[in-house]
Write a protein that binds this ligand. Structure first.
Ligand code: NI
Length: 170
């Protein structure tokens, strides 16, 4: 098991482009998924996408349970159905130290593969629905602050830089 450093907005190209679909489901992939889950827990995140650790592939891990014991991964995910629209507070490990509201579908259904290549469907609203949309966005190079107005986005990035600086001098 290993922790992998998280990269920050504009600090790594993988964050800002579409990830490659996964075609090989081998032990190396399963190890990567385990490391991503460990990293997500270490960073106190409810989700982590491969681009956030500098890997441009369509892999994300999620755990929205209170007990932090129900992790799963979505590989090559596609949103097949969605309904409603609501504003939700968002934060991101790749944009530390800041939050903002973004518009999301109220409910989504997603088709994806697991770490063994098996297809499955997952659906959800609330935090799970939000998290699915947030992580899938990551796999297409989109972060929540990309939805904000240019002015707001600039403000959030400034806050991030402040938070990073504070972290460095801790
Ligand atoms: Ni994120």
């Amino acid at each position: 098991m290993a922790l992998i450093p998280v990269v920050y907005y504009s600090y790594h190209p993988a964050l800002h482009k579409q990830g490659a679909p996964v075609t090989v489901f081998d032990d190396a992939l399963r190890q990567l998924v385990r490391d991503m889950i460990e990293t997500m827990y270490h960073e106190n995140g409810v989700g982590l996408a491969a681009p956030q650790i500098g890997i441009s592939k369509q892999i994300a891990v999620i755990d929205v349970s209170n007990e932090r014991d129900k992790p799963f991964c979505i590989i090559n995910p596609v949103i097949t159905e969605k309904t409603g629209l609501e504003m939700m507070e968002a934060g991101c490990l790749s944009v530390p130290g800041t939050y903002d509201s973004v518009s999301r579908a109220t409910w989504v259904k997603v088709r994806a593969q697991n770490e063994n290549g098996e297809f499955f469907e997952i659906e959800g609203d609330g935090l799970l629905g939000h998290c699915l949309q947030h992580e899938i966005d990551h796999l297409f190079g989109k972060l929540y602050i990309d939805y904000l107005s240019p002015l707001k986005k600039k403000m959030r990035l400034k806050q991030m830089e402040k938070a990073l600086k504070a972290q460095r001098f801790k």
